[in-house]
Write a protein that binds this ligand. Structure first.
Ligand code: NAD
Length: 368
């Protein structure tokens, strides 16, 4: 097994607006090195369509091994219409799936925070979303997306049958639940676990294992269970009732997308995918904005870099143990929004439109 090198950060800008937004993250990493005497070592590599164009594969072994030895991987976004018709194994998204799978990133953390300055960007009423701060923890490497058997088979009557299998084991459930409980302790101390225990055995096991872990190790955290369909409704009715939501791969995919839209702009939301800690306390992790490569605006200098910059703040907090620096970076973003600076996607009346690099520079100037 390749050893993780502390403080080594691999930048994988990817396709579309990826290089533009990761360019701003790179400026911020350099700022921390120059001004806070931090010693982040930056590596860069190709992943996605850009790698396919150059090497005929969405990620080369060389880049993949770099990812294995870096403490933090910062991804921009991959994909775009240019590569839509490639065969499955060559598609840009394969780079992402390979990284998630091989780095064993089993927990996906997606905060849904409603910035006070952007409350009007949500489709929900301001009083419903104002002050919203939820963390969704999605299991990422198990469940129906990976379970066997799977496939499409011919059946006797001349029809075909599509098969996917939803499975979870005790350890797959408890390792992700543990992350949710630990996060809750640093937040409002509340975990809601979501499944479909009323109709699925794997859901029943999920509920029982989360409860057991709670009773053994996390009695001080408030735990409730909710059926995933009810959670989808509650997220629209009263999202502020939640603190940390933990759920499986399939439900997490949908609930985290739904939660992110409560806040209005794709360009603002970060994410983290975390692996297990080894015996030396080292953990592999990948951080990325939740948005895609936005081919419609790529190369125009108007992409919002905030989601990527906040993803780096998550890296500072969860991988690099630099909570004060993470707080400072998040505050710098808030300050810039308070000053009325906006990229085009979040522009409203009376605000000042800025380009991607101007937004990055403004955030850096607030860090000073
Ligand atoms: P998208 O997130 O790229 O774009 C959706 C809309 O939001 C577009 O109008 C876009 O201009 C806008 N937008 C997104 N990010 C923005 C930002 N930072 N600043 C300003 N505006 C922003 O989703 P899509 O259009 O469905 O997908 C485009 C490509 O991205 C596809 O090839 C898709 O497969 C890929 N994709 C990649 C990832 C990833 O790499 N993790 C995630 C989702 C989609």
């Amino acid at each position: 097994m390749i050893k993780v090198k502390k403080r080594k950060i691999l930048l994988l800008p990817g396709d579309g607006i990826g290089p533009e937004v990761i360019g701003e993250v790179k400026k911020i990493i350099k700022w921390f090195n120059d001004n806070k005497s931090l010693d982040f070592e930056i590596e860069e590599g190709l992943a996605g369509g850009c790698s396919y164009d150059k090497h005929g594969t969405p990620i080369t072994d060389e880049v993949f091994y770099k990812a294995l030895e870096c403490e933090v991987v910062m991804l921009g976004a991959v994909g775009g219409p240019k590569w839509d018709n490639l065969e499955f194994s060559k598609k840009p998204e394969r780079a992402l799936l390979k990284l998630r799978k091989e780095l064993k990133l089993f927990a996906n953390l997606r905060p849904a925070i409603c910035f006070e300055q952007l409350v009007d960007a949500s489709t929900l009423k301001p009083e419903i979303v104002s002050g919203l701060d939820i963390m969704i923890v999605r299991e990422l490497t198990g469940g129906i997306y990976f379970g066997e058997p799977r496939g499409i088979k011919p059946i006797d009557n001349g029809e075909r049958k599509g098969i996917n299998t939803h499975t979870y084991t005790t350890s797959e459930i408890t390792r992700v639940a543990r992350i949710a409980f630990d996060l809750a302790k640093k937040r409002s101390n509340k975990v809601t676990s979501c499944e479909k225990s009323n109709v699925m055995e794997a859901g029943q096991l999920w509920k029982e294992e989360v409860q057991e872990l709670h009773d053994k190790e996390y009695k001080d955290v408030e735990l409730s269970h909710m059926l995933a369909d009810n959670c989808a409704m509650q997220l629209l009715r009263n999202p502020k009732q939640f603190d940390v939501i933990v759920t499986d791969n399939l439900f997490g995919d949908m609930l985290s997308d739904q939660a992110s839209m409560l806040t209005g702009s794709l360009g603002l939301l970060p994410s983290a995918s975390l692996g297990a800690k080894n015996k030396d306390g080292e953990m592999r992790a990948m951080y990325e904005p939740i948005h895609g490569s936005a081919p419609d605006i790529a190369g125009k200098g108007i992409a919002n870099p905030i989601a990527s910059i906040l993803s780096f703040a998550m890296a500072l907090r969860y991988s690099l143990d630099l909570d004060n620096e993470a707080d400072a970076l998040e505050k710098a973003v808030q300050d810039v929004l308070n000053d009325g600076l906006r990229t085009k996607d979040i522009l409203s009346k009376g605000m000042k439109e800025t380009s991607t690099p101007e937004m990055g520079d403004a955030i850096i100037s607030k860090l000073q």
